[in-house]
Design a protein around this ligand. Structure first.
Ligand SMILES: *Cc1c(COP(=O)(O)O)cnc(C)c1O
Length: 394
């Protein structure tokens, strides 16, 4: 599906760390943090061992308490909503824009208004199984928009709603490093943002993530929380607060540093692969190409996702591509329909129609910066053949 882009220089950078005695909390993470803060244009960057741990720490920094509400997107990777559950808060899903798959800002504003008002106005937004436990529900405290596929959410109206209702904004920018919204970098729009560096992301550290923020107090808190709750001035065995081991090791940080130095090149290579796909798949009856909003002044291509519309069948295409050895998969599978979200919150199909529609038709094709034009050709030839055969059958 995807491949990391690793050069001999990347390998050498990691190797070099292994020649030293400092394999954690050393010069590499410091340099990687500095380079990321500079790249993004944020005052502080704090490395962690995954995007998910970064999301968790941002939710803690936003002081989200048990049974408080956080508005987020159901059309995302499950980690963005899970981070809210880690703090025993309640994710309130709001449906997405059908074109971008990002949070619909009008619905966010409406939802924030209704939840702030409370009473029966709040009902339609709450998870089904929570509606009859309203006495335990507390106030709305944060917004957690996701920049899906590497395209920034429409942040200005979301930020306006946040100001109006005094909500912290956490950007899940795990798929969007380098992306720009109206000329502003993803990661600088909310109070804190998280990038992720799993091997399928635009740049990788193996496992890893990075929090960015302009708030010094939050950066200090992140440093403490990732390191077992030690404060910067604490001794090794003095723990000021409940913390975690979310540290990023030096080998990973060295790889991240080498990769972020090449990030613009990596993003340009991905944009070229996306362009190859666009050229070959344009103007097909049942295939819709990725949509870029006018507010997206720079796309950071994380995945290449088309929509396969009836009479063609997305799932049949997946099977036919698999038969010739081409991996492809639905992306995303709606969070509210994941088994434990259904069990815990009582969600059923129909709760978020746009998200579910996208979940039914979206198909991620093989995609990475190391893909060749010949490989794109091979995927597209097989895809078009599969989709034509299916259309004919109908
Ligand atoms: C990748 C990703 C994450 C989590 O990253 P990990 O490093 O795998 O924990 C969170 N949110 C979104 C939208 C992602 O794509």
């Amino acid at each position: 599906m995807s491949s990391p882009d690793i050069t001999p220089a990347d390998v050498a950078a990691v190797n070099q760390v292994l020649q030293t005695t400092t394999l954690s909390i050393g010069p590499q993470i410091e340099a990687f943090e500095k380079a990321t803060a500079e790249y993004v244009g944020a005052a502080h960057a704090v490395g962690v061992n995954s995007g998910t741990s970064g999301l968790h720490l941002a939710v803690i920094a936003a002081a989200v308490q048990e049974n408080e509400l956080v508005i987020t997107s159901p059309f995302s990777f499950v980690a963005s909503a899970n981070a809210i559950l880690y703090e025993r808060a309640i994710p309130v899903f709001v449906d997405v824009d059908p074109k971008t798959g990002n949070l619909d800002p009008l619905l966010v504003a409406e939802c924030a208004s209704d939840l702030t008002r409370g009473g029966s106005a709040a009902d339609k937004w709450l998870p089904p199984s929570i509606k009859n436990q309203k006495s335990k529900i507390k106030n709305l405290t944060a917004l957690l928009p996701v920049h899906a596929y590497g395209q920034p959410a429409d942040m200005d109206p979301i930020l306006a709603a946040a100001r109006q209702y005094d909500l912290a904004v956490i950007e899940d920018a795990c798929e969007a490093i380098g992306a720009e919204y109206k000329g502003r970098k993803a990661g600088t729009l909310g109070a804190a943002a998280i990038f992720a560096f799993y091997p399928n992301k635009q740049m990788t550290t193996g496992e890893g993530g990075m929090l960015v923020t302009d708030r010094k107090d939050w950066a200090n808190l992140f440093r403490s929380l990732r390191n077992q709750g030690r404060d910067v001035f604490d001794g090794w065995l003095n723990h000021t607060r409940l913390g975690y081991n979310y540290r990023l090791d030096e080998m990973s940080a060295a790889l991240g540093l080498a990769q972020i130095k090449r990030l613009d090149e990596l993003l340009a290579k991905r944009a070229r692969v996306a362009e190859w796909y666009n050229e070959r798949l344009a103007k097909q009856e049942c295939i819709e190409l990725p949509y870029l909003a006018p507010t997206t002044t720079r796309m950071s291509w994380f995945v290449y996702v088309i929509r396969v519309k009836p009479p063609a069948s997305r799932d049949e295409i997946v099977r036919r591509l698999a038969a010739v050895g081409i991996p492809s998969r639905p992306y995303f599978t709606p969070i509210h329909l994941q088994p434990f979200y259904r069990d815990r919150f009582g969600y059923q199909r129909g709760a978020f129609p746009v998200t579910e529609y996208l979940g039914d038709v979206a198909l991620a094709l093989p995609f990475s910066s190391v893909m060749t034009e010949a490989q794109v050709d091979f995927v597209c030839e097989n895809l078009l053949r599969a989709h034509l055969n299916i259309s004919e059958q109908w």
